[in-house]
Design a protein around this ligand. Structure first.
Ligand code: FAD
Length: 463
């Protein structure tokens, strides 16, 4: 079949205005991977049926596809190459319904997290998941990557938020199972195969998502702790508190917090961060009015008396709260100050945080004394985001650094891949650190669902 005929068939599948080629694609933001738009042809289907029609054309011609949402993924899962077809979720952007009593949202895969948060807020509800890329990340992309974020320690990761899915399989069938209830025992729970599959098993087109009661306003403190062990004790105090309700607990090691605050030029915080404390913790609680705020202050005071924290500042205004959170969420400040770093996203059991960071730093220094470890993350989950950098290209050290980061994690019950996914970035790490039996079963599942290997090939599992 000629290329012109192939494009014409794609246009017949989604409408001629919904096939984008190089001239229009190059005007778009490629997002967080240079190769996201390398395929140079994209389709924008408006329904599961249109996705199925696209897959039929592609399967016939054995052309592979890459689904894309907000292109905020950090593991290279949305990267593409010339000759592939991108499936954009932009037109799958309808909020079909929000059921305030049942606390369920029924949404298209292209709905952005921020849009769903705003729609749920009108009903006093929330999707129970939040991340800094909320303005661009889509529900479909978050399902495909099993996103986590800063509320996961309370409400679970995306896997725990999804009640039902509509997925178009590479064999063009539409699997629609949009349950609106939590308890479903109907044999194998197939939705979990697609959640976290990074577009390798099907295209998510619609989902039912569990909603939580929206927290009231928040009160926020930044606490300085001697080390992670004390930070974990602080976390535990707030988790057990009967007078305050914990919303978020984020951890930053000292060099990360100082570099970020100084890049953001928040002088009040920079002064606070100038201490010998090893780590800083953002504690966000539900603001229960005057009484609640007093209880928050009392809990912080008790934590200071118990030695869990050395010092703390409480945000006195939205601006101050914003500054505290910005220091944590503007993780790119490390890249700006020390470019060419290597990024990692791992999970470490809470009791092992100090040991892990201490040993990691020692191993990294042994590789090259110019290297630094910048660490921060979601304390409640032991989810660390690491940047290892010398401020110059260090590609030749990638293997050694990766071993230093990953070795021993499995033995302590941690994970080499916490919340960003495997994509292309962690292909070799997955095969090196995951049990061969698990990898073999994953390959069997991939072959069974996608016999032609047209769904996002080379992601999660190497070709
Ligand atoms: C500033 C910043 C902060 C972040 N913070 C967090 C965080 O706290 N927690 C966290 O978990 N992640 C975080 N991320 C990573 C990212 O936002 C998430 O991985 C998010 O889930 C990706 O959604 P997306 O719509 O951008 O997906 P994309 O980047 O477009 O795609 C990601 C993967 O999903 C697949 N995919 C996308 N849409 C579909 C679909 N409809 N059907 C099937 N497959 C699909 C793609 O093929 C690709 O493999 C952050 C990213 C940034 C830039």
């Amino acid at each position: 079949m000629s290329c012109a005929q192939f494009i014409s068939d794609l246009k017949a599948a989604v409408g001629s205005g919904n096939v984008l080629q190089k001239d229009r694609l190059q005007l778009l933001d490629p997002g967080f991977h240079m190769k996201n738009l390398a395929a140079m042809t994209a389709v924008l289907p408006g329904s599961a049926k249109e996705v199925a029609a696209v897959l039929e054309v592609c399967a016939r011609e054995q052309v592979s596809v890459v689904p894309q949402g907000g292109r905020t993924g950090l593991a290279g899962g949305a990267a593409s190459s010339p000759g592939q077809i991108l499936i954009f979720a932009d037109r799958l952007n309808e909020i079909h319904s929000i059921d305030p009593q049942g606390q369920v949202a029924d949404v298209g895969a292209g709905v952005r997290l921020e849009t769903l948060q705003a729609a749920a807020r009108d009903h006093g509800l929330s999707p129970g998941i939040d991340l800094a890329a909320r303005g661009s990340a889509t529900i479909g992309g978050m399902i495909a990557t099993n996103a986590g974020g800063n509320e996961a320690f309370r409400h679970g990761v995306m896997r725990h938020r999804v009640l039902g899915l509509e997925v178009v399989l590479p064999t063009c069938e539409i699997l629609s199972d949009l349950k609106r209830v939590t308890k479903v025992n109907e044999g194998y729970d197939l939705k979990h195969l697609f959640i976290g599959s990074e577009g390798t098993l099907g295209v998510v087109t619609r989902a039912t998502v569990k909603l939580e009661v929206l927290d009231a306003n928040r009160a926020t403190a930044l606490a300085a702790c001697a080390d992670a062990e004390h930070a974990v004790a602080l976390l535990s105090r707030f988790q057990h508190s009967h007078t305050t309700a914990l919303r978020a607990a984020e951890i930053m090691w000292r060099n990360f917090a100082r570099t970020s605050a100084s890049a953001l030029n928040v002088s009040a915080l920079s002064a606070f961060l100038d201490t010998d404390a090893q780590v800083f913790v953002i504690i966000d609680v539900v603001d229960g009015g005057t009484e609640g705020r007093e209880a928050f202050q009392e809990e912080l005071g008790a934590a200071a008396e118990a030695g869990e924290l050395q010092d703390a500042i409480v945000a006195g205004s939205e601006r101050e709260r914003g500054e505290i959170w910005q220091v944590r969420e503007d993780s790119w400040s490390i890249d700006r100050a020390f470019p060419h770093g290597l990024w990692y996203d791992v999970s470490v059991p809470l009791g092992a945080l100090d040991g892990y960071i201490g040993q990691l730093t020692a191993r990294i220094r042994q590789i090259n004394h110019e290297l630094s470890v910048f660490a921060m993350g979601h304390l409640g989950d032991g989810n660390l985001h690491l940047t290892i950098t010398a401020g110059r290209p260090i590609g030749e050290l990638y293997d050694a650094v990766s071993h230093a980061v990953y070795d021993g994690l499995a033995g302590i019950g941690g994970s080499i891949s916490a919340e960003h996914g495997v994509g292309t970035e962690k292909l070799s790490a997955l095969s090196a650190h995951v049990a061969p039996e698990k990898l073999q079963l994953m390959r069997t599942i991939k072959r069974a669902i996608d016999p032609l290997n047209i769904m996002n090939p080379g992601k999660v599992l190497a070709n």
